[in-house]
Design a protein. Structure first.
Length: 367
């Protein structure tokens, strides 16, 4: 694959982004990226992979440090890039979605999100063994294999091995050994090549949320019913999905509240959210299943609502909806209160589809 075609306008920015010479004696981020891609192509695991896996791994290698463009700063005279994996995944998603058109079908979605997950977590194998809760961390990441079939920690370790080899530093061998140990830890954790086989979805949700329970034993489920939390950009068809799949269920809709209150989608939304949560509390007190209809684009927003729902004893099913960009723009334009296209583009920059660990059930659909 052509690295310059993948990176496009970011080449100059990567070349102008410095790195800590203690870990990157090779110099700037572009130089490191080039070395990582060459190292990846030399690995046996890459050479033996099928063509689709090769494509995913190479795209991830090319984009893995994209987040350093915005995350890099100096602290105590040293170059650091905190959170560059998360930021890089957001930037990679926007590029793959808009520039390469990887959206709107299950196949395109799977390829794109496999790349983004690898970018998001590419640093984990280097420290997983020393992490205080390394087994849970690896099982949490591996849970994404259910939404992104084929994604696995084995791929992540392959990328991390290339990352270790594609640099000049004194502890390069130690770095690579930590990655190999991570692969062994993932095997021990039962999640190297796919999600850990929890005995029930409820057990998985409780364990991955941080509760100290044995992951291999079924945890008793006391939930009285289910709340459906929708996630997706404006114009993805959430109302249509509700009409097809949730006929007769109460719906807490932020769009409906905005219309009732005369609040624009571009205004401060705190009153809208407060009113929606009050509606949700009334339904939860009655133990009434319902649909929470909002964009819910980032984990922090989803988890805030889920904490409310679960505190009343409800289980939560997250449904993420996606369509092609062209269809999304068309549908949004036909809405009674259309969201400006530039605002949707800004939302896409922040979009992080729900990961496998976030809810008891997480479903992705292209509509």
């Amino acid at each position: 694959m052509d690295l310059s075609h993948i990176l496009g306008n970011w080449i100059t920015e990567l070349e102008n982004t410095p790195q800590n010479p203690q870990w990157h004696g090779e110099g700037d981020v572009l130089r490191h990226t080039q070395m990582v891609c060459r190292a990846l192509e030399s690995l046996d695991a890459y050479q033996k992979a099928d063509e689709e896996t090769k494509t995913i791994l190479f795209l991830a290698a090319a984009l893995h440090d994209l987040g350093k463009i915005t995350a890099t700063r100096q602290e105590a005279g040293q170059w650091v890039s905190p959170g560059h994996g998360r930021k890089g995944a957001e930037m990679a998603r926007q590029s793959l979605w808009m520039d390469l058109g990887l959206c709107g079908t299950p196949e395109k979605q799977r390829l794109r999100e496999a790349v983004c997950l690898l970018v998001r977590y590419h640093s984990v194998p280097a420290y997983a063994v020393s992490h205080p809760d390394g087994l849970r961390l690896l099982r949490k990441i591996a849970a994404n294999g259910e939404q992104v079939p084929g994604f696995c920690l084995d791929w992540l370790c392959t990328l991390a091995q290339a990352d270790a080899r594609g640099r000049i530093c004194r502890d390069q061998q130690e770095f690579e050994e930590r990655v190999l140990l991570c692969r062994e830890l993932a095997m021990e954790a039962g999640c190297l090549n796919g999600p850990f086989p929890f005995p029930s979805r409820h057990t998985g949700r409780v364990y991955l949320s941080g509760r100290e329970i044995p992951p291999a034993y079924k945890y008793y489920d006391t939930s009285w019913g289910e709340v459906i939390l929708l996630s997706g950009l404006p114009g993805t068809g959430k109302d249509t999905w509700i009409g097809k799949h949730c006929s007769g269920m109460p719906v807490v809709s932020l769009d409906a509240i905005r219309e009732e209150q005369g609040i624009s989608p571009l205004d401060n939304q705190s009153r809208v959210v407060d009113l929606a949560r009050n509606q949700a509390r009334e339904l939860l007190r009655q133990k009434q299943p319902f649909v929470w209809n909002a964009t819910n684009l980032i984990p922090q927003t989803r988890q805030k609502q889920m904490q409310l729902f679960e505190s009343y004893g409800a289980a939560v099913r997250i449904v993420y909806l996606e369509t092609s960009w062209q269809e999304q723009v068309r549908r949004n334009a036909n809405r009674a209160a259309a969201v400006p296209e530039n605002a949707i583009c800004h939302m896409l920059e922040k979009l992080s589809p729900p990961e496998g660990w976030e809810g008891e059930t997480v479903i992705w659909q292209c509509v």
